[in-house]
Design a protein around this ligand. Structure first.
Ligand code: AMP
Ligand code: MG
Length: 353
């Protein structure tokens, strides 16, 4: 059996994430800055993350970035990790399940209130997306092992059915996985902290989950590049949009995957089948004020497909989406910004004023 993975070693994985973070979305900075930007790159949430502060003295900036690193490390390793034994989520998943449902256990156990609040938000998105977003796919996600090193192999149909039968919040043996919403939530918390410290212009980029604080120092919008899902290792930008003070989250089937016998198995699972979503979409980008919401919605829409996804997004206030199909067609909700003419062909490594 042939099992090929695009990034099967830690080094390859890091290189892949670096490329993704450089590219998606690409932030083009402005001219006329009064201070040089202060930036920090870390490896968190199994991806490359960066925070860039504009228009702030270097000394203050470094202090704020130290705290950003602490916050990211905290949320990644101590709260939302499914693999780190210190994490609230890991400990919840590995506690004796007892007889009650997962939801009953969540509410009765001595669970960290912040963790409980995000889990409840995730359940509310599950209800609002017709189950397409599901925070209780832990057994299936472990089975598919798409984030493993090496990932896979493809499980048997029986094993998928068995794991699927433990994917309901009513099941005592179900396991939580908040990988579809945690990065967005962490980005929101970073934004809250930074704005509380007086930051008015910044870019938080958690492996492609981008949250913008304000506009560029000269008051003009940031320019955010959306990756072409068909660009493979080259990671070119398919369009560039002007944005300020918003969250831009993309879910794509190219982000994590492995191939076996010529078939690609990606990391976003359809809770109704137990298999990688096969909705005809290659990526979904959501614009919203809140990044946790955008994160949940991008994952959900990738499962729902363009038609249902578009109807869902059009029903939500101040939320826009871009769907890119497997054939490369772009479908946008009514308020999605137009491509900035002349910037769509920029290559990933370049940034321009
Ligand atoms: P994202 O990249 O935000 O779309 O999230 C993908 C991650 O969310 C996966 O790596 C899993 O940890 C988790 N996940 C996979 N499928 C789903 C789903 N249908 N609903 C919620 N989370 C999911
Ligand atoms: Mg998501």
């Amino acid at each position: 059996m042939k099992n090929v993975y695009s990034a099967s070693t830690t080094v390859k994985k890091l290189a892949f994430c670096l490329l993704t973070a450089l590219t998606l979305p690409m932030i083009l900075t402005g001219c006329g800055r009064r201070e040089e930007p202060v930036s920090r790159t870390d490896f968190c949430f199994d991806t490359v993350v960066s925070v860039t502060l504009y228009d702030i003295p270097r000394k203050d900036g470094e202090r704020l970035l130290d705290r950003c690193t602490e916050l990211l490390t905290h949320y990644d390793r101590e709260v939302f990790s499914a693999h780190d034994e210190r994490a609230v989520l890991w400990r919840f998943n590995h506690a004796d399940p007892g007889e009650g449902s997962l939801t009953a256990r969540l509410r009765s156990a001595d669970v960290d209130p912040e963790f409980l609040a995000l889990t409840e938000r995730a359940f509310s998105w599950q209800a609002r997306t017709d189950g397409a977003f599901s925070p209780t796919l832990g057994c299936l996600i472990d089975l598919w092992n798409i984030g493993g090193d090496p990932p896979g192999p493809v499980p048997t149909r029986e094993a998928v059915a068995e794991a699927l039968s433990h994917s309901s919040p009513e099941d005592p043996d179900a396991r939580l996985d908040l990988g579809g919403i945690a990065k967005g939530y962490a980005a929101d918390r970073l934004k809250e902290y930074l704005t509380g410290e007086g930051v008015t212009s910044a870019v938080i980029n958690l492996g492609g989950n981008v949250l913008l604080i304000g506009a560029r120092p000269d008051g003009s919008p940031f320019r955010v590049g959306i990756r072409d899902p068909g660009s493979g290792g080259e990671s070119s930008v398919i369009l560039t949009i002007p944005l300020s003070d918003q969250s831009v989250v993309t879910s794509g089937i190219y982000e994590r995957y492995f191939e076996e016998d010529g078939v690609r198995y990606h990391h976003i699972l359809d809770p109704s089948t137990g298999y990688p979503a096969d909705s005809g979409l290659s990526s979904v980008t959501i614009l919203s004020a809140d990044s946790a919401d955008g994160d949940a919605l991008s994952t959900a829409c990738l499962v729902l497909g363009a038609e249902k996804g578009q109807a869902l997004i059009e029903s939500l206030p101040d939320t826009e989406a871009l769907f890119i199909t497997a054939e490369g067609e772009q479908i946008r909700t009514a308020g999605f910004p137009e491509d900035l003419a002349g910037y769509s062909a920029l290559t990933p490594s370049r940034s321009r004023d």
